[in-house]
Every structure is written in C-alpha cells, then in structure tokens.
Design a protein. Structure first.
Length: 408
C-alpha cells in the first residue's frame, strides 16, 4: 500500500480566505434508508439492483460497472458514450483509509430540483444553504436522490454539495460525512527531554461518501477540443502538466490508495488553477491578459502559486533539488518534461479530467502538503467569510480533508 500524501487546500472566496481540504477517510456505521430492494450477488456486475416489482418503480434501478466504463474517446458516438447517470460509492477500512470505490450505471437520469421546487425545503436537501430560486438548477431532485441512495446502498447524509465536470457537461451531487477531528502531521507539543512529538494539531473535516450525476445524461467523453477552445488560453495544457508534476513530486500521483481518488485530486488541482485565473480576471488588478502561466508566476499585485524551490524546480522540468547547483530555480529556463510525465498527463486528460466531478469547483487557490506544514495556519478550519453569502455551498462553508490521517 502506498504512503499517503496529506494536503491542505487554501480557499479564496468572496470576502476573504477560508479553508478547504478534500478527505477520504473512515466511514461511520451506515444508517441506510429502509431497504426495499432485492439482494444481489456482488459477483455479477450484469445483475441490476432492481426495485420492487411495481410498474411505477421499474425505471429506478442500477447496474454495477467498472471504473473504465466512466470514460470514452471523443470519437465515440452518442449511443456509445452517453448513459442515463452514474453513482460512485467510496469504501473505507477500519484504519480510516479509502480502499476502493463501487461504480454504478443508473438506468434513469435523476432530475434537477427545479422541476419540483415546492418539495425541496422539507426534503433531504433542506440543509443545503439557500435551496431556492435559480440555485435549484444546480441541485438534484431530492426524491430521485433518495432513490439512488436506496438502490445503490449509499450512506444517507444531510451534508450535500453540487459540482460540475471541468468541461461543464456533467453535474454531480456530492455526499459528505459528519464532521470528524483529524490528526494532522503538524506537531503541537514535544517531549521536553527527547523532543519527540507527543501531540499533534487536529482539524475538523468531512469525508466524501458518494457522488451521483444528475440533470442530464452522463457523457463519458472529454470533449477536449471544445473545452480547450472555451478556455481561450493556449498556455493551459503546458501549465496544467507542469503544475501536476510539481504538486505530485513528479509522479502525477498524489499517493492515494486508489488510482481513482488520485485522479479526483488532480482534477481538483486543475480546477483550482482555473478558478484562480477567473478570480485574477474578475479583480482587474493585472494589466494585460491573465493567462494560466501568469497565475503560476504571479505579478506585482498577486502572489505566485508557490515560491518553494522544490515546486519551482519540478514545475520547470528539473529534479526537485535543482537549486543545489547554486542557481536560483526561478532563474532557470523551462525544459521539456520527461516522457513518463508526458504520457501519464496525456492519458489523464484524454480519459479522466474533463468529464469527472471537480470536487474543488469554485473557490480553491492552492495546495500545501501536510508534510511541509510545521504549524496549523490560523485560517484552517474557519469559514466565516464564506458564510456571509447565502449562496455558499457545503464546500465553501466546511473544511474537507484528503487523506489527512487518523480520525480522532
């Protein structure tokens, strides 16, 4: 099992800075909705999770699929690549680690909440911040969500969020656990004699329980050409590849126990890149065009993505200790990335990034790895600035953590 990588995510939101962490950790004992479905064999991925034999219920079913079934090449036809919907269940072990995911193809497309707005405020969505008006276009229909929770045996929760894919074609509802206290690697107290750590800082956090698509049939294709054209910035792919290389130590793998979680982490990182560019543009402090390259480099009014030597070295295509040669990394020219990074990045972009849920979506600005944190930042775990707006979603109002370690 690979060593875990722990990450902080600083979130920039209207009115100030808040904290966000993406966490996949131990599940509490599930309290399922009343089970009205037939038992099925886990050995048969073709066997549908069928509802009771009532005509009005027959459409509410799901079939277990493989992760590879979530993507298709852009040359695929609609009939080959569009399915009614998907659900993803995250599985955890007793050591608070995400160990696998279960993927489902839904035989129906869950509706948007806007189709029946009158039932939302007394439903499973009643805890969502400001579930009214135009926001209902971004929310799943509560009755349909309850159907998916039942047939896929997901954990019911009041902590629900909504995000889109990077190409904007797929919408997703995200379910999070109740708040947990997570032990970080930042030392709070050391033994006065041995200087060994005896107490660590903790941070409140929520983990990801499940993901459900809704609103429109799930499209497996990246639609990369159209998505890149919509960005209107030719620097994106080069910057994205270098950023992922720098944030993952050159491996394009953030150390998760499953490849799928690692892909979600990388998707979130690039979502943060996109959001930071939008924020720089909206603020209007930068003279000239804002590009993804300028988001990394910073300017006289905004900070660079990271000034750490190891980040700059990896971003520019060198080993992470390139500063040892006596030349400041920021003075070195960019060189081509390794063929291994090129290959892994191209596969990620063609198969995963554009159509997967961006758990960060709007708000985040940077990653800081736990292993590099010597103390908990004062803003970590506090989201007061986000709560000032009635439109703040769950990820804006709460701390989410990714592979932060032991649950206290």
């Amino acid at each position: 099992m690979r060593n875990s990588v722990k990450v902080f995510v600083a979130v920039s939101f209207v009115g100030g800075v808040t904290a966000m962490l993406l966490h996949f950790t131990k599940k509490k004992k599930q309290q399922f909705l009343e089970d009205k479905i037939k038992a099925v064999s886990e050995q048969s991925k073709e066997q549908p999770f069928a509802s009771p034999a009532k005509d009005s219920q027959n459409k509410y079913s799901a079939v277990q699929i493989q992760e590879d079934d979530l993507h298709a090449v852009d040359t695929a036809t609609d009939s080959q690549s569009i399915i009614p919907g998907i659900a993803i269940k995250f599985n955890y072990n007793d050591n608070a680690q995400n160990i696998s995911e279960t993927f489902f193809k839904l035989e129906f497309t869950p509706r948007k909440a806007s189709t029946e707005p009158e039932i939302v405020e007394t439903s499973i969505l009643r805890h969502v911040n400001n579930p009214t008006g135009a926001r209902l276009e971004k929310m799943i229909h509560p009755t349909d969500l309850e159907k998916v929770i039942s047939i896929c045996k997901l954990t019911p929760t009041k902590n629900i969020d909504f995000v889109s894919s990077a190409n904007g074609r797929n919408l997703f509802a995200i379910g999070y656990s109740d708040k947990k206290a997570i032990k970080t690697s930042a030392v709070k107290k050391r033994d006065p004699v041995t200087k060994e750590p005896i107490e660590y800082y903790t941070t409140p956090a929520h983990n990801v329980l499940w993901i459900v698509s809704f609103g429109t049939p799930y499209d497996k294709r990246p639609h990369e050409t159209a998505a890149l054209a919509a960005l209107n910035d030719v620097t994106f792919k080069n910057v994205a590849k270098r950023l992922l290389a720098a944030e993952t130590g050159g491996a394009l793998d953030l150390g998760s126990n499953t490849a799928f979680v690692s892909d979600l982490q990388k998707t979130a990182l690039l979502g943060m890149l996109m959001y930071r560019k939008k924020r720089k543009t909206d603020r209007g402090r930068v003279s000239g065009d804002v590009t993804f390259k300028s988001v990394i480099d910073g300017d006289e009014n905004t900070t660079a993505w990271s000034k750490a030597n190891s980040f700059v070295c990896l971003y520019k295509g060198y080993s992470q200790d390139c500063a040892k040669d006596g030349i400041a990394p920021n003075l070195l020219p960019e060189i081509p990335m390794s063929s291994t990074i090129d290959s892994r990045f191209d596969s990620f972009m063609k198969e995963k990034f554009w159509q997967l849920p961006n758990l960060a979506d709007s708000g985040p600005t940077s990653f800081v790895h736990y292993k590099n944190v010597s103390a908990i930042a004062p803003w970590l775990g506090k989201t007061e600035s986000a709560t000032k707006t009635p439109d703040a979603f769950f990820r804006h109002r709460n701390v989410l953590v990714d592979r932060a370690g032991e649950v206290i």
